[in-house]
Design a protein around this ligand. Structure first.
Ligand code: PEP
Length: 250
């Protein structure tokens, strides 16, 4: 099965609304590539201006987080319905920074994944091991556990339409990229895990990204691997390099 590549930027806590609009303008001519789905996952306050700024282009907008409750007394949170109404199509769930700094556990992330689907958003579910786990040789076991817990009660049809991002924590923002073989090994293990829990059709359909210091220099090699269907890009998504990653195949 051929899966369309998906390159998503994760802007993290960068870009004021006016800087965000400027960046969209700068990237506009650089990120055109019909072979690839392009997504900007942006801070909540940037969503409305960025949705406006990318109108008429090939870019979709994603959020970096959401809460699983419908509405009510959850000060500071943003609901899935709010995101959809603002024009958001994707939402990152379970980024390692949220798991670590904000103590988001698999049980909470499972609720967020369910709610995202219910609202019509496409989750980009992040998973990935720490350096310590890799050195202990438990990378694949740990990631299988994350995937199974985060996708509890999620249907095969839903999984077919979601995105899973494999992001080794030791490679995020460190300039240390996983080798293409290391990334392929884990992305394949994730696909095998989906085949085991669901079926081969589902495993063949789900798109699996690699994330961790992806840049213009290493994207083509990573994206050439059979089980790597795209990238979740942090630092390099804030500059012209992002256009080179999106056009890795040109
Ligand atoms: C990320 O935060 O999702 C990420 C992959 O960051 P970076 O590309 O900067 O390593």
């Amino acid at each position: 099965m051929s899966r369309k590549k998906i390159i998503a930027g994760n802007w993290k806590m960068n870009m004021t609304p006016s800087q965000a609009v400027k960046l969209c303008e700068e990237l506009k001519p650089l990120v055109a590539n019909d072979d690839v789905d392009v997504v900007y996952c942006v801070p909540a306050i940037d969503i409305v201006p960025v949705v406006e700024a990318v109108k008429g282009t090939n870019v979709e907008v994603g959020a970096e987080n959401m809460y699983f409750e419908e509405k009510g007394a959850y000060t500071g949170e943003i609901s899935a319905e709010m995101l959809v109404d603002a024009g958001v199509k994707y939402v990152i769930i379970g980024h390692s920074e949220r798991r670590d700094y904000f103590k988001e556990c698999d049980c909470l992330l499972n609720k967020k994944v369910k709610k995202a689907f219910e609202a019509g958003l496409t989750p980009i579910l992040c998973c990935g091991e720490s350096l310590e786990q890799r050195e202990m040789g438990i990378t694949l076991d740990f990631i299988r556990l994350q995937i199974k817990s985060d996708l509890k009660d999620i249907t095969a049809d839903q999984v077919k339409n979601m995105v899973i991002a494999y992001e080794p924590i030791w490679a995020i923002g460190t300039g240390k990229t996983a080798t293409s073989d290391q990334a392929q090994e884990v992305c394949k293990a994730i696909r095998d895990c989906i085949a085991e829990v669901y079926d081969t059709d589902t495993a063949e359909a789900v798109r699996i990204q690699y994330g961790g210091s992806m840049n213009a220099g290493n994207a083509a090699e990573l994206l050439a691997k059979p089980d790597i269907d795209g990238g979740l890009v942090g630092g390099a998504s804030l500059k012209a390099d992002f256009g080179k990653i999106v056009n890795y195949n040109k």
